[in-house]
Design a protein around this ligand. Sequence first.
Ligand code: 5GP
Length: 195
Amino acid sequence: MKKGLLIVLSGPSGVGKGTVRKLVFEDESLNLAYSISMTTRSPRNGEEDGKDYFFVSKEYFEKAIENNELLEHARFVGNYYGTPKAYVEKLREEGKNVFLEIEVEGAKQVLSQYEEDDGVLSIFLLPPSLEELEKRIRGRRSEPEDIIQERLGKAKREMGLKDNYQYNLVNDSIESASEKIKNIIRSKIFARKDS
Ligand code: 5GP
């Protein structure tokens, strides 16, 4: 059996990565598995431990870094985020196409560890405009103004790194963005079957 793909999706905070990802996951033929990250951020309303994230303490996270248990990690607006390595590898060995939804610094670490023909796909999702992005971040209404400002600043810096990715897509509608992502994944699966 061929090892599963490693699919990396990034894009600024508020661009709609989570919503698009959920639509992509509805297509069971893609054989996807979501890589659940570890974070020191507190859960938002409705988020569940072990489903959206593994919510852990700073001490626990730092131990995981020390023990080399993370495929990548980064600090984002005052919190740690990271991808547990063993879980991702196990799923890929089982033939699952593993989907990482991570920010740019972590993505850079992941992409530097693999060659393109190691079955890696990288996609950067862009907002239709910065105004639209600000509206979406504010629309979430879950964070205080200073955090919103920090997330907006970070979003602008993140967009400067879009060229590190194989694909750049504009999230003008979630249906069209998710269709495009599904097609990209399908073609990659198909191309590898042939090789
Ligand atoms: P949020 O706090 O909005 O859930 O996530 C903040 C940012 O961290 C988002 O861009 C999200 O994609 C990213 N993120 C989530 N999990 C990880 C991870 O494991 N590693 C890295 N580097 N970024 C992550």
